[in-house]
Design a protein around this ligand. Structure first.
Ligand SMILES: *Cc1c(COP(=O)(O)O)cnc(C)c1O
Length: 497
């Protein structure tokens, strides 16, 4: 059956095909695309247990991207999940102590966003061909570090696309900055701004909606698109690794087909964990999805009280990809909690916009029982890294540590003995300074490649090739601009006048 897409906010029955929704990103009314009818899956997990990651991904993606042909979808998967991953399993499941770790950091930028951003460009260019798009797609994005780099790694040298990334000059880690300025690809453009991430983000949103810029782009056969995490071309490929992880546990003899498991997910924009929710709806035997947060615990409060309130202090933590006050993908969960009611969803989102908060009805609160939520302080996060290394010689990054620690909170609170899978979202080598500090208990001040080497001396796990390559990669990007100059920088890059 064909899966068509609609807005979370609109009552009228305007629908789009999956390839149109991939190209469009956001719905015209500001809502998010969701399937009109959730596809029905008939997963045979014993059979899935014999399949490769790519084969499992196909079984999942064919449910969501129904207007792509089998050949098109398989080509997208093949291009996305190949030797750019340093583990042929793509998303290996390992066991340390009592918990399982689903390692999603074996891709080119050593963070989980690669699982989505390696395939999005493939889905997008295939969609452009299918829909006879003549213009070149220009991806415009502001990044606080991880997303921009992962997006560039995905779009680099993809025909008919260009990607322009703005990052705060002094707001990313030493490794992230090095990754940014050495980015290869003739169609990639990286620009540092004298400003912070929020200023860059606000300006990008403004430019994406600037009629004058749009007219100039159209005249030169360009069209803007976005690679951010609300695109269905990023969201649904993430369902695959939940299904794969479950099948791998069967293959490893850890569970029997049908046994329920829990997943603990370090959460920011709510994309990763929402993919887990879809995996559960499709019949994967998941008992609870554990929503793990750092000190920015707006989601913990939301799940525990039914009130989402972003009017609160914002903290910078050692897990920066989770330092978020508004989780954009949560709107999709809200839509399901209302019983797929676009009017109620739109009204709650309007509350959020005007007052910074909204409250769930009692019926909606009843419906969130699939989730359990908790958060950790910086000290607890460091303790988890330290403890896992000391006891099991396994090193995790600060984001994964949040999920690992909250998983234990859940088990202590509920006595639930089901197998627990911690979703591991970044390599420890991406945050060497924070990891060294946690393991040694000393206030480590070295950063960048020096910290990578120091961490390697300690933990001995191989340094990922993508980090090694930074040592002598030539600097290719040195543009710097004021926030106000971002528009003219784009015009200059694209030769618009
Ligand atoms: C983006 C990111 C997260 C948060 O994922 P969401 O889908 O935004 O909830 C967690 N950990 C790392 C390392 C990330 O890059």
């Amino acid at each position: 059956m064909e899966t068509l897409y609609r807005s979370t906010r609109e009552t009228a029955s305007r629908t789009m095909t999956s390839s149109q929704a991939v190209l469009q990103g956001l719905t015209p009314d500001g809502g998010l695309f969701v399937p009109v009818n959730l596809p029905t899956a008939h997963f045979d997990f014993d059979q899935l247990a014999t399949m490769s990651y790519q084969e499992v991904a196909y079984e999942v993606l064919k449910l969501f991207f129904t207007d792509y042909t089998e050949a098109e979808l398989k080509a997208c998967i093949q291009a996305a999940y190949g030797t750019q991953f340093d583990d042929p399993a793509i998303a290996p499941v390992t066991k340390h102590g009592k918990q399982y770790y689903l390692e999603l950091f074996h891709g080119p930028t050593i963070a989980f966003k690669d699982l989505a951003l390696q395939i999005l460009p493939q889905l997008m260019t295939t969609a452009a061909k299918k829909n006879q798009l003549a213009s070149e797609v220009v991806i415009l994005t502001a990044t606080s570090g991880d997303t921009g780099k992962a997006a560039m790694a995905g779009f680099a040298d993809v025909p008919q696309t260009r990607i322009i990334v703005f990052y705060p000059k002094d707001g990313v880690s030493a490794i992230q900055k090095q990754q940014m300025i050495t980015q290869a690809g003739e169609n990639t453009y990286v620009v540092a701004i004298n400003g912070n991430f929020d200023e860059a983000q606000t300006k990008v949103k403004e430019l994406l909606n600037d009629p004058d810029l749009h007219a100039k782009l159209a005249a030169s056969q360009f069209q803007f698109s976005s690679a951010n995490s609300i695109n269905i071309g990023r969201l649904f490929p993430q369902v695959a690794y939940y299904v794969y992880a479950y099948a791998q546990l069967i293959k490893q003899g850890q569970i029997k087909n049908g046994d329920e498991v829990n997943f603990s997910v370090p959460t920011g924009n709510f994309g990763d964990i929402l993919a887990g929710y879809y995996a559960k709806q499709l019949g994967t035997p998941i008992h609870k999805l554990i929503c793990a947060s750092n000190r920015n615990n707006v989601l913990t409060d939301f799940f525990n009280t039914g009130v989402y309130n972003k009017n609160r202090d914002f903290y910078l933590t050692s897990s920066p990809s989770m330092d978020i006050l508004v989780s954009s993908n949560l709107e999709r969960l809200i839509f399901y909690l209302t019983g797929e009611d676009p009017v109620q969803t739109a009204s709650l989102m309007a509350d959020l916009k005007t007052t910074g908060q909204y409250s769930l009805s009692p019926a909606m609160r009843q419906a969130i029982k699939d989730f359990w939520a908790g958060f950790v302080t910086e000290g607890q996060d460091q303790y988890e890294i330290h403890h896992l290394y000391a006891r099991h010689h396994y090193t995790i990054d600060p984001h994964t540590a949040v999920a690992s620690a909250v998983a234990k909170q859940y088990q202590a609170a509920t006595k639930d003995q089901r197998p627990m899978v911690v979703v591991s979202t970044a390599s420890p080598y991406k945050f060497p300074q924070a990891v060294l500090t946690a393991i040694t208990g000393e206030d480590v001040t070295v950063d960048g490649l020096a910290a990578v080497d120091q961490l390697h001396d300690l933990i001995k796990t191989p340094i990922p090739a993508t980090v090694e390559n930074l040592r002598d990669a030539p600097v290719r990007h040195n543009k710097v601009t004021e926030t106000a100059g971002m528009g003219s920088t784009i015009k200059q890059i694209l030769n618009l006048n």
